[in-house]
Write a protein of this length. Structure first.
Length: 594
């Protein structure tokens, strides 16, 4: 009876994962509590999942990835992208290959964060829609993660299950023979067919997404101005205009993101955002004098009043504190020193009524902040930069610090690959060393960790435990064994991968790995074969979330910038998934025989 209750709770959790209204970490915790209440998990063991090596290793990898991005330690890979290549397939091959290489050794989303702005820039320079590049690049970040133990959380999770079953985890490069074969085939497919099977959604690629230059203007407060002495809040109420005061320049000093109670004084220069029609009403009603519209924000010369300000386009991640809230709810200007200029959802810009706009994952925001706080803003808002206006993508760290960051990372990989120390020890020590050496501050260390992901992993690992203890994994495995009597063992592996792929395209890939790993272990016992090929099959399949935007965060992050629809992912993702099944299963059986 208990195992059927476990099945019901897991099914209910899967429904909530797909539904998406409750965030995935809370879904995982809710299911965990329900499993305790029905007695499938002992109360004293409720949070044992958080003590698993995979959880702390994922956290450490996130910190290290953040350090590599902040210092620009691997920017040299991006430099080698040849922007002069004329062939579209070769451009795609360059972008996807570098994304896969980076993704093999750091977080998938971290790799995408490095390459996505470059992909957009290459698309614009080549007069090609960014939609032709972004989906293949996102898919490449998933392919590259298959090659190493730290490349993606499912590999770490499956390695932990193997250690529990056989007393020894997979080694760091055990994933490489299968992973490199699948990645090479996948990259070749993406370079040849990626552009053909993705939509051409952006027809205005020569221009920036929002074209805000027509809406930013400078106005001067003169003696004849009726607004002298009034606060910005009163100013907005009295004149009831669709304008936003972005900055105030007073005595050559800039007040960025002025508060609502800031008074307007004589000779103040206001940088306002408004439609031309609203701007004309503003001048007519208030007596403000128009100095000049900002027609080219990229040209910030030494005399420009907006020197030191940065206008950046960002895309919101699933764990952003903005998700589900409005700019007014979160007090974006007061708490984060950020001006919200415009919003785009699925490629459709929204200029007005920004204060009441409720944010979703994948939304693109055009914001204004100071240049020296950009990286801090990215970390606090949990977002990725897209097309930046006249600012560097990484902080200006010195060469010595970059080299030290990269050297320590390579040393960590070497120590892990040589099995001198366990991966969790090496990577936690490396992340800690970055703080001790001043490469990361303690605050940056904790901000780099995606806490919703960590909570989800710790909770979901007990789902797998409940499946095993209740006998649910054995029940499913017995059913598969019965079916397998009518098919060769090789087809059983293929079927296991197929069901895992269906699952990972509907829920988080880590959740798919956790749920399918116990079934793979039970299946190997009943079949009397090695668990390694079945576990490796789950690894590959759980990283093959190519058919839906909800299967992986990388897919969701390119949805807005690429202007993709839900159905667009299957057009490229289905044939890629089929190719991985056809190529991956034989590769696994070659290197890991049943």
């Amino acid at each position: 009876m208990q195992q059927y209750l476990v099945f019901a709770i897991i099914g209910f959790s899967l429904f909530l994962f797909v539904d998406g209204r409750l965030r995935y970490d809370f879904v995982a915790l809710l299911g965990l509590i329900l499993l305790v209440l029905i007695g499938a998990i002992d109360p004293s063991d409720t949070f044992n999942g958080f003590s698993q090596p995979a959880v702390i290793t994922v956290a450490a990898v996130l910190v290290i990835s953040n350090a590599l991005i902040r210092t620009g330690a691997i920017d040299f890979l991006v430099i080698y992208l040849n922007h002069n290549i004329k062939s579209l397939p070769l451009k795609l091959l360059s972008l996807t290959a570098i994304t896969a290489i980076v993704s093999a050794f750091m977080n998938n989303v971290g790799a995408l964060a490095l390459i996505m702005p470059i992909a957009i820039k290459v698309a614009k320079e080549s007069e090609i829609s960014p939609s032709k590049f972004l989906m293949p690049v996102a898919f490449a970040s998933l392919l590259g993660g298959m090659m190493t133990e730290i490349g993606t959380p499912p590999n770490l999770i499956i390695s932990g299950f193997r250690e529990e079953a056989l007393g020894e985890p997979f080694a760091f490069f055990d994933f490489f023979p299968v992973g490199i074969g699948i990645t090479l085939i996948g990259l070749l497919f993406l370079s040849l067919f990626g552009a053909r099977l993705t939509p051409n959604r952006s027809s205005s690629f020569k221009q920036d997404l929002f074209n805000i230059e027509n809406y930013l203007s400078e106005v001067l407060v003169t003696n004849n101005c009726k607004a002298i002495g009034k606060t910005l809040r009163d100013f907005q109420k009295i004149y009831n205009l669709e304008i936003n005061v972005i900055s105030v320049i007073r005595n050559d000093k800039k007040i960025i993101a002025p508060l609502a109670n800031e008074q307007m004084l004589l000779n103040d220069i206001l940088i306002v955002k408004a439609y031309p029609s609203e701007l004309a009403k503003l001048i007519e009603k208030t007596g403000l004098i128009l100095i000049g519209a900002k027609t080219n924000l990229n040209d910030t010369d030494k005399n420009s009043q907006t020197q030191g300000l940065a206008f950046v386009e960002i895309v919101l991640r699933e764990d952003s504190p903005l998700i589900g809230r409005t700019a007014m709810d979160i007090q974006l200007r007061n708490r984060y020193n950020v001006n919200l200029i415009a919003i785009s959802r699925k490629g459709t810009p929204a200029i007005r009524r920004l204060k009441s706009f409720r944010f979703k994952s994948g939304d693109i925001l055009l914001i204004q902040t100071t240049e020296n706080s950009l990286n801090d803003t990215y970390a606090k808002l949990r977002c990725l930069p897209l097309a930046e206006r006249g600012v560097s993508m990484t902080s200006k760290k010195n060469a010595k610090e970059k080299h030290l960051t990269l050297f320590m990372f390579v040393a960590a990989i070497a120590l892990t690959a040589l099995e001198i120390f366990p991966v969790q020890i090496v990577f936690v020590a490396t992340a800690l060393s970055y703080v001790i050496l001043g490469i990361l501050t303690p605050r940056e260390f904790y901000e780099a960790i995606e806490w919703p992901t960590i909570i989800m992993l710790g909770a979901l690992l007990q789902y797998g435990e409940a499946l095993q203890l209740s006998g649910g994994a054995d029940t499913i495995a017995k059913s598969l064994v019965y079916i397998s009597k009518f098919m060769p063992n090789e087809l059983v592996l293929f079927s296991l991968m197929f069901f895992t792929i269906l699952l990972t395209n509907l829920i988080n890939n880590s959740a798919a790995a956790i749920l399918m790993a116990p079934i793979a272990l039970s299946l190997s016992q009943f079949m009397g074969v090695s668990p390694d090929p079945l576990l490796m099959g789950v690894c590959v399949a759980s990283s093959s979330a190519f058919m839906t935007p909800i299967g992986h965060q990388s897919n969701m992050l390119v949805m807005g910038p690429g202007g993709y629809h839900f159905r667009d992912y299957a057009k490229l993702g289905f044939p890629l998934t089929l190719l991985i099944l056809i190529v991956g299963a034989p590769l696994i059986l070659f290197f890991w025989p049943l």
